[in-house]
Write a protein that binds this ligand. Sequence first.
Ligand code: ADE
Ligand code: ZN
Length: 324
Amino acid sequence: MPKVELHLHLEGAAPPKFIAGLAREKNIDLSKIFDRDGNYAYQGFAAFLQTYEAACTPLTSPEDFYRLTLAVLEETAKHGVVYAETFVSPDFCGGGDVGAWREYLDAMSRAASEAERDMGITLKGIVTAIRHFGPEQAKTAAKCAAETNGDFIVGFGMAGAEMEGRPKDFAYSFDMAREAGLPLTCHAGEWGGPDMVADTIRDLGVNRIGHGINAVADQNLLAEIVEKGIVLEVCPGSNVVLGAVSDWASHPIQKLRDAGVAVTVSTDDPPFFHTTMTYEYEMLAKTFGWDESDFAEIHQTALAAAYCNDATRAKIAKKLEPAK
Ligand code: ADE
Ligand code: ZN
């Protein structure tokens, strides 16, 4: 099935072979982040974030991000994804300098245009602050977002260590991005409880939440999410591998749907979690009995929640129509 993926970290989707090759070219020793089979090696969320950041160290130029974007889109398109939104961080692209950021962005959007032409996949970017880099650094990411809102950049968000600080600490950055016209999403309720999701909605004014799964513990919050039409970017395979849930059977995605919450399905950082969109779908079918009509509903939810403009939305809608 043609698919829509809203929650995909560009660096986190980097094939390990690609990062290992780039490290070799630059004489950077990254052997400690790979296991014997050449996969990313870490245990638990804190180590995941460290490994992720180490894997970013060979990515030092716009040309590197051009190649990264193509490598990621090749993998993503293989699984039928026709539209994806990817989190991109100025922190890893010039350190928050707007001039440098523009150069990285040019490279990524050039790769996206080529992939659209050659692989039939459309990619848009969501500028992403990294929470554990702190509120001041988040402002530089928001400034980059505000300055480059346009054809490729369609939103602003925040990832990173959820339990560092409270959402309101980042309100200035989210306000800046909103005032520049960008829609907003933020990781919350992956590790934090319903209070974190509630504060993220109220203090940051997001209309999507990354993960959001722990909202399931609070009926009133679920009602608020439904009422406000907030969409969850759920990444079940990521949650299982990082230990946010104990296994597929106890993942709350079906409970969230049953409560009327708009959910979508994504891979987050596919090679880190040994997942693909195909695998996520297979596991959802196996665990919860989802069939084509369930997945079609998920696609419509995702497309409606996508941050692209309506011309792009209409183009993707055509690709999602069942073959006659
Ligand atoms: N950055 C990349 N993947 C992430 C995740 N699952 N949670 C928080 N930050 C991330
Ligand atoms: Zn994520």
